[in-house]
Each structure stands twice: as structure tokens, then as C-alpha cells.
Design a protein around this ligand. Structure first.
Ligand code: CIR
Length: 260
């Protein structure tokens, strides 16, 4: 394990395609606009690059409407990558599409074989452990298999819970400092962050919780001024990225990249 769980030299992203209009969503918040999503995606990639990291941009996969949300296909650790087994049937094939890219970058790539399911959005890696939230997409068998695979590299995996009605564990939290988590109050209320410093999203700004710390920057969705101000006041270098279109598909900052 490294002590620097937010220091990365690389990220992998995938451009959205015109099939995003068919992406999964819990409720209908309108049809995502591809042009606007592409512009936001370009600014996301440019912001990651600003930190000096290499960012790989994979081409759109029209057969997989949710494939812009690459985070769900793998867990990328220092020692190797673990391919996921998504709980959403329409997303299962995205893993095989991501595998060759990770095999070219890692010596070791292993896979969740099942029968359990697990998606990257439910996994938060901190400097001392890997927290995995059970959700509608990630079950106990998926967590157990991840625990065996990551355990071989010395990682401790801890199973936690995602609040009812929340898509992924990381929909509601992110690691923003060595021992600091940005979280909604509803998630932290479960006690899962005991021993960590927790910064809460401002009231009514729960959707700001899915941020990412990427090297010196914190990328967060635009439109949550109170949370952004709170983070800036605490000394974080915050960049606000338009997330209006991904939000229509329940996606946010973490979903758009694999970081390692
Ligand atoms: C889905 O429901 O799978 C996509 N529409 C959104 C995935 C968001 N991914 C993430 O939070 N890691």
C-alpha cells in the first residue's frame, strides 16, 4: 500500500458516445446532451492533465451507453488491477472492453469471476484500507472475492453499507486528504468513517460528495457553492467541472476515470 492514495501518474477515461441517451438512470431528469457532455468531459480530462498526469482517452463505445463511467469496470491499485463484475447487466460487457488497456499498463491484472457482483463506484481506497459499500450493484459475494484478491497484495477490505436509494457508496463520499473524507451526513451517520476526519457536504448539496482528489487538485461538480467554499476555506485547490449531463445518468466526478 502507498501512503498517498490520491497521488496518481495516470488516468484512463472514455469519451461519451451518442448512445448516452440510453444510459441507466434512477429517475428521468431529461435527455443528456452529447455536445455539452463532451465539452465537460474535455474540461475534466484537461484538469487531470494539469497535474502532470498522463490521461488516456479511449474512444466511445456506442454498444455500451454507460461506458463513459469507466470507474465501474476496474479497481486500479499500485500492485495490479482487478477487473470488476458489474451488477448492471447492460454494463457487464464494458469490462472486456477495458481489459486490454489495463493489461498493457499493468504486469498483473486479475478478475472478479463471480458469482458475486461488484462495481468500482462502490469502492473507496484510502491510505489504510479499501472500503466497499454493499449496494444494489455490489453484493456480499462480490465484496468477499475482492477481499481475497486485494488481500494477496496486503490490502484490508472492509464491507460497509450504501444508504437506501443511493446508487453507489462513492455517490456519497470521496477521499480528499490523507485521512480526510468528504461525505454526506446520511452516509457518515452509519459510522463507517470512524477514525477519519470527515468534511460534510453543505445541506442540500449532497450531490457534491462524489468528488475526486487527484494529486494537488480536488475536482467537484459545479453548482454546489457552499461545499466548494468550505473546501477552499480549508485550503483545498478546488476545480468545479460542469456535471449537468452526467448527473442525468447518476454519474459524477469519480465515475469518469480510473486513476493509478
Ligand atoms: C449506471 O447507472 O451505472 C450509470 N448510469 C452511472 C454510473 C455511475 N458510476 C459511478 O458512480 N461510479
Amino acid at each position: 500500500m502507498t501512503d498517498h492514495s490520491y497521488e496518481f501518474t495516470r488516468a484512463v477515461t472514455r469519451k461519451p458516445g451518442s448512445s448516452i441517451i440510453d444510459g441507466l438512470r434512477a429517475e428521468d431528469l431529461g435527455t443528456p446532451d452529447l455536445e455539452r457532455m463532451l465539452a465537460a468531459h474535455a474540461s475534466y480530462v484537461a484538469t487531470l492533465r494539469e497535474t502532470g498526469a498522463e490521461v488516456i482517452e479511449l474512444p466511445p463505445l456506442e454498444a455500451f451507453p454507460d461506458s463513459v463511467f469507466v470507474e465501474d469496470t476496474a479497481l486500479c491499485l499500485h500492485e495490479g488491477a482487478i477487473l470488476m463484475r458489474p451488477g448492471a447487466e447492460s454494463r457487464a460487457g464494458e469490462v472486456a472492453e477495458m481489459a486490454p488497456t489495463l493489461r498493457a499498463l499493468y504486469d498483473e491484472v486479475v478478475a472478479i469471476e463471480g458469482p458475486g457482483t461488484i462495481e468500482g463506484g462502490d469502492i473507496l481506497t484510502t491510505s489504510r484500507e479499501i472500503l466497499v459499500g454493499r449496494s444494489a450493484r455490489t453484493d456480499a459475494a462480490g465484496v468477499a472475492e475482492l477481499s481475497r484478491l486485494a488481500g494477496r497484495w496486503g490490502y484490508a477490505v472492509r464491507e460497509v453499507f450504501t444508504p437506501e436509494g443511493v446508487l453507489h457508496f462513492k455517490t456519497d463520499c470521496s477521499l480528499i486528504g490523507p485521512n480526510t473524507i468528504l461525505s454526506t451526513r446520511r452516509l457518515a451517520a452509519s459510522g463507517c468513517f470512524e477514525g477519519y476526519d470527515v468534511v460534510f457536504t453543505a445541506d442540500g448539496e449532497e450531490a457534491a460528495a462524489n468528488a475526486i482528489r487527484f494529486n494537488r487538485l480536488v475536482l467537484m461538480a459545479a453548482g454546489f457553492p457552499a461545499t466548494a467554499a468550505k473546501l477552499r476555506a480549508a485550503g483545498y485547490d478546488v476545480r468545479e467541472i460542469d456535471n449537468s449531463e452526467c448527473a442525468k445518468l447518476d454519474g459524477g466526478m469519480s465515475c469518469l476515470s480510473l486513476r493509478f
